[in-house]
Design a protein around this ligand. Structure first.
Ligand SMILES: Nc1ncnc2c1ncn2[C@@H]1O[C@H](COP(=O)(O)OP(=O)(O)OP(=O)(O)O)[C@@H](O)[C@H]1O
Length: 257
């Protein structure tokens, strides 16, 4: 018998400015799965992730987190279950890099609690996994764009949530740190966490994604196992541009034609 889905989306419609971004979206994300979410600018990837995180109300359909409708979770309880990393991550007040990572522990603390030594150790460990240990005491505002993005990802990891909803976490990262972050997220999935990762690079799915979701921006979508969804034909249609697959059918590289 297969495990109950961590996240179950049924007949979901998201609409903005009179346009259906997706209609009838139905998918189930099981523990341990890694989903790559692709689509053109404005196709609705961020809107979808925000809806799955409970920040945006859908026009229709249901979202269930561990079989309970998302709107029946209290905010604190939900934040212990799912971590959402948005595209914009501006911080209005000064923080050190360690404090940024420690913010991921806040859903686990009581209202008047301070972070424990275990919380600090956990946050430091996430920074170390992303090559940020040496920057822990630095002012977050002094970091480069990619360093700041990795600090935000460390915060999401520190949350230790069963479901990770990550909106372009790799967008400002150099190639090595992209691969490092993907490896870290793979380790998280091996622990049973489910990951949805938005990207503009179909090659991020190579050797990483178990599944993929394509949003076509006009309501249409395609979801399923990576090998059936991530094909040159589907990607050419998605990006309205020729995309070629190189290097074999099993794990191809996708290149722009
Ligand atoms: N209030 C609004 N009125 C009209 N259109 C809106 C409104 N709010 C959002 N949109 C549109 O909804 C679409 C979906 O935006 P979203 O940020 O989800 O796209 P995305 O796929 O994440 O794009 P990107 O790759 O650029 O990050 C965009 O075209 C945006 O302009």
């Amino acid at each position: 018998m297969s495990a109950a889905p961590r996240l179950a989306v049924q007949d979901l419609t998201l609409r903005r400015g009179g346009r259906d971004l997706c209609s009838g979206l139905t998918l189930a994300v099981a523990p341990g799965e890694r989903w790559l979410v692709l689509g053109e600018n404005g196709s609705g990837k961020s809107t979808l992730l925000a809806a799955l995180a409970g920040w945006e109300a859908p026009a229709a359909g249901t979202i269930r987190l561990d079989e309970r409708p998302l709107d029946r979770w209290r905010a604190g309880e939900r934040a212990r279950k799912l971590a959402w990393l948005g595209q914009q991550d501006e911080c209005p007040f000064p923080l050190t890099v360690l404090e940024k990572a420690l913010a991921g522990r806040h859903p686990h603390l009581g209202r008047w609690d301070w972070e424990s030594a275990a919380d600090v150790a956990l946050a430091q460990a996430q920074l170390a996994r992303l090559d940020l240990a040496a920057l822990a005491a630095r002012d977050l505002a002094s970091l480069s764009g990619g360093e700041r993005r990795r600090a935000a990802l460390a915060g999401a990891l520190a949350q230790q949530a069963a479901l990770l909803l990550l909106d372009e976490p790799l967008s400002q990262l150099d190639l090595r740190h992209q691969q490092q972050a993907l490896a870290v997220l793979r380790e998280e999935s091996v622990l049973g966490r489910a990951v949805l990762l938005v990207s503009h690079d179909p090659n991020h799915g190579r050797g990483w994604a178990t599944h993929a979701l394509l949003l076509f921006g006009d309501g249409r979508w395609l979801a399923g196992p990576r090998a059936t969804v991530l094909t040159a034909g589907h990607l050419s249609a998605l990006y309205h541009h020729p995309i070629h697959a190189l290097g074999g059918e099993c794990e191809p590289w996708f290149v722009v034609g």
